[in-house]
Design a protein around this ligand. Structure first.
Ligand SMILES: Cc1ncc(COP(=O)(O)O)c(C=O)c1O
Length: 438
């Protein structure tokens, strides 16, 4: 007996739940209402689910496929590299050298660079290096920023109101001593950072931040904030780390630091760097990077079986070449701007209080009265509307992740017609949602 598409998808989801805890391989992938979502294909700006429905994808795996899913140039480069040189675990391959040279040339703070596979590894090594070089214990992060799953930083991202101002760990099992050694400050509040540095009496090894906290949508740094952090870090002998895992490549080859004109000591890169292949990087001042154990006798241990894998490294190189060769950033920035303007006009017309935020290819609508400068402002967001209209949008074959504060992305594979469709469908989805709620 043959199964319908829906039955087949439900069976796949049930098989997943039987052998994979929760049925998914990352806690962020289990979204209420989408427990049976199975993805069977991706292509350019779209994905196909287990029922054979095709969606225009604005979630974009939290950001990597800047060129669109399955970019033929990137995937061909990875496949060709895989056929010619595999993982060796000794020495270095030409493609790793070439990628490092490109990163050093493109990103202002990067004089030397090491490759990892995930963003979490890159931020982990950045903080360990900062502690090694300063001999200090604390790290300072900001409410609303996410830097990965390790104990020093896995806290205070999307916190409930009552947890803001306190430690808000993302996980059980985190060592209390490590959690205690992390200071959390409000983003865009340089005075709070100054006070924290003074209070901790030269015991802060690093300040780490997303220069635009995209893990809560898009809260832009207020003028002068990044500059003040640079000054404070220098004054206190603290290592300044820009976590550009999202902003790097997506906003420009030089990262947001090249746009802002503020140069950190260390930079982490990932996500869009290889258009969806697992490659991340940690780069920065040579005098710091040379303290890793890749240089014999140096104290900061650095290792990883899959680091600099030739196939994924080739994917990163091909991504950079395409970003240099074609008008990718011009295209995605233009679509992003059109969408933001169109959405702002739409909410004005509907009389729905909204702040349409974003930068470049990234856009998000918060349903609140502006301005949005601090995490606390986002506590006013109408969460039900934020999630509700996105669930409605799925009826129109459009996918923005239906989770509070999550951002959306344009890729090179999206078109002006996609923007038109997005605007029309959003108007319908918001109207329908508000009618059913009334
Ligand atoms: C800014 C930022 N840094 C680090 C990470 C961790 O990267 P990964 O999930 O590749 O470990 C993320 C992941 O979302 C991120 O958004």
């Amino acid at each position: 007996m043959s199964l319908t598409a829906s039955e087949a998808a439900a069976r796949l989801a049930a098989r997943a739940a039987a052998v994979i805890p929760g049925g998914v391989n990352s806690g962020q992938r289990r979204v209420p209402g989408l427990e049976e979502l199975v993805i069977t294909a991706t292509s350019g700006s779209t994905f196909t689910d287990g029922d054979g429905r095709v969606f225009t994808d604005y979630h974009a795996a939290f950001g990597p496929p800047l060129l669109g899913h399955n970019d033929p140039d990137v995937d061909a480069a990875a496949a060709a590299a895989a056929r010619s040189v595999g993982l060796m675990g000794v020495g270095v391959t030409p493609v790793e050298i070439e990628l490092a040279e490109r990163l050093v040339a493109a990103v202002p703070s990067v004089e030397k660079v090491l490759l990892t596979c995930t963003g979490s590894e890159a931020t982990f090594h950045a903080l360990r290096l900062a502690r090694t070089v300063t001999g200090r214990r604390h790290v300072l992060k900001f409410q609303g920023c996410y830097h990965g799953w390790h104990d020093s930083v896995a806290m205070n991202v999307i916190s409930r109101a009552e947890r803001v101002g306190d430690k808000d760990p993302l996980s059980g099992g985190m060592l209390p001593e490590v959690v205690a050694a992390t200071i959390v400050c409000p983003f865009n509040d340089a005075d709070a950072v100054e006070r924290a540095l003074d209070e901790h009496d030269e015991d802060v090894a690093a300040i780490i931040l997303e220069p635009i906290p995209h893990n809560i949508g898009a809260v832009l740094p207020v003028p002068g904030f990044l500059e003040r952090l640079r000054e404070l870090a220098t004054k206190h002998g603290t290592v300044l780390v820009f976590d550009e895992v999202i902003t790097g490549f997506r906003h420009g080859l030089g990262g947001y630091q090249a746009i802002a004109g503020v140069t950190p000591d260390l930079t982490t890169l990932g996500k869009a760097m290889a258009n969806g292949w697992p490659v991340s990087a940690l780069g920065g001042k040579a005098e710091l990077m040379e303290l890793f154990s890749t240089t014999p006798g140096q104290p900061a241990f650095f290792a990883g079986t899959f680091n600099g894998h030739p196939a994924t490294t080739a994917a990163a190189l091909a991504t950079i070449e395409k970003l240099e060769r074609e008008q990718v950033h011009e295209h995605v920035f233009r679509l992003g701007e059109r969408a933001r303007q169109g959405l702002a006009a739409l909410y004005e017309r509907l009389g729905v209080p909204a702040v349409v935020a974003g930068f470049g290819s990234v856009f998000v609508t918060y349903f609140l009265e502006g301005p949005v400068e601090r995490y606390d402002d986002l506590l006013r967001n109408d969460v039900d509307l934020f999630v509700g209209y996105r669930r409605e949008l799925m009826q129109d074959g459009i996918f923005e992740l239906p989770l509070n504060l999550k951002r959306s992305h344009f890729s090179y594979a999206h078109s002006d017609e996609d923007v038109d469709r997005l605007l029309a469908a959003t108007e319908g989805a918001v109207t329908r949602y508000l009618e059913t709620r009334a």
